[in-house]
Design a protein around this ligand. Structure first.
Ligand SMILES: *[C@@H]1O[C@H](CO)[C@@H](O)[C@H](O)[C@H]1NC(C)=O
Length: 414
């Protein structure tokens, strides 16, 4: 009887979440989306309850959320009947990776793919992404390396970047001998925070004269900057979803705060959300704000923000600015702000119609192109942030299309 009551309560909560999820017009497969968001809300609620009983652990909520997601994100077995891909966990120069390798190898050296998972630098794991990375390895029939980098709030910037860089560098130095990989044909890819890391690692590898350049970078709805949290796409997200959905502005600010300070600091979050972290002097005298110029966003996309507000012009908070500028202007934090983007790997950037950070991807794609990097940008109007991979149970048509486009881009250009 007790269990029945519990199950009914749980089901009731789920139903309530399903029904209150806002779904803007034009978003693909709305009912599947509702179920996904309800599942995520239920996971978050369970994590809050678990964290409530650990008042002394400042990271209790995020850790509870990770372990709840781990329950449903178990990796597939190492070998699967009928598949030519075998997977295992190993380390590259001390960094844990999940490695996918063809069982029957080709005679010649083959290309390879480095994959960096998303999750706001705080969530996600190679195991949780196993279904996607295995699928890509199977379709390409090449080595895929999925990096298990350190996450915040336990590990602050630039720990995650350094892990990804270390594993990638080791791979580029050793993969010809160890895995029969042609190290001049290695692509890097990731979604969301993983797209951000793919961009920063591409830049760092480019600057290391002892390593071959990466051949391709596939940036799936990446984060590229924290100077402007009121771009047209951030504003559109507020209008479409408010604080709901996959990536409300508040959640971006919380991830940013955890990555930078190791905690979600309400004042810090509130100030970056209103762009008070940028002081007037910097706005007027530096080239950086040209990189987040709203006019770069195509008019038809800008028009989707119904009540568009031009960038805020206040004096800004000088003491906050002094606290953050060293980090925010570091290209490892904001790859968009690197001055010279020439010579970086050929790029494929994808963006979604329902994504607060849509414009981050567009800004970066436009700058790459202007710097002479061969760049393809594809916008998926009906897609939402995370559509390519958020759960082992919900797969969306447009996410499948994005995966297919990514695989084809690699096949055609590697
Ligand atoms: C400016 O930022 C600092 C550091 O975050 C904070 O302590 C201070 O209260 C802020 N000042 C105002 C006027 O918001």
């Amino acid at each position: 009887m007790k269990y029945l009551l519990f199950a009914c309560t749980l089901f009731g909560a789920f139903l309530a979440f399903v029904l209150r999820t806002p779904v803007p017009e034009g978003l693909g497969e709305p009912w599947k989306y509702r179920l996904l968001i309800a599942t995520m809300s239920l996971q978050a609620l369970s994590a809050r309850i678990r964290a409530y009983f650990q008042p002394d652990n400042p990271h209790a909520y995020i850790q509870a959320l990770r372990s709840i997601r781990d329950l449903t994100n178990q990796p597939s077995p190492s070998e699967i009947k009928g598949s030519n891909i075998r997977s295992k966990v190993t380390t590259f120069d001390g960094v844990r990776v999940r490695l996918y390798e063809p069982i029957k190898k080709e005679d010649s050296l083959q290309p390879a793919l480095i994959f960096i998972h998303g999750g706001g630098n705080a969530l996600g794991s190679p195991d949780g992404y196993d279904r996607l990375t295995r699928l890509i390895a199977e379709r390409l029939n090449v080595v895929v390396v999925s990096i298990d980098y350190r996450l915040s709030p336990e590990h602050l910037f630039p720990a995650g970047h350094l892990d990804c860089l270390r594993a990638t560098s080791w791979f580029l130095r050793n993969a010809d001998q160890d895995f029969s990989v042609d190290t001049s044909r290695v692509a890097i890819s990731g979604d969301s925070a993983g797209g951000h890391l793919s961009a920063t690692v591409s830049q760092a590898i480019h600057d290391d004269q002892t390593l071959p350049n990466l051949k391709l970078q596939i940036l799936i709805y990446p984060v590229t900057q924290s100077l402007d949290l009121l771009t047209p796409s951030y504003q559109k997200y507020d209008q479409d979803f408010g604080d709901e959905g996959v990536l409300p502005r508040k959640r971006v600010a919380a991830f940013t705060s955890m990555h930078h300070l190791g905690r979600s600091d309400p004042l810090y979050m509130q100030q970056i959300l209103s762009n008070e972290h940028i002081i007037e002097e910097f706005r007027l005298n530096s080239p950086y704000l040209r990189y987040v110029d709203h006019d770069v966003i195509p008019t038809e996309l800008r028009k989707e923000t119904r009540l568009y507000l031009p960038p805020r012009q206040g004096p800004g908070n000088e003491s906050l600015w002094n606290q953050i500028k060293g980090t925010y202007l570091d290209p490892r934090w904001s790859p968009l702000l690197r001055e010279d983007l020439s010579g970086l790997p050929q790029a494929f950037v994808t963006t979604c119609g329902f994504d607060s950070i849509r414009d981050d991807g567009i800004f970066y794609a436009k700058r790459l192109e202007a710097a002479g990097v061969k760049t393809k940008w594809k916008h998926y109007p009906s897609a939402f942030h995370g559509v390519m991979f958020l759960s082992n149970f919900f797969w969306f048509q447009v996410g499948e299309e994005m995966t297919k486009d990514m695989v084809e881009f690699i096949q055609n250009n590697i």
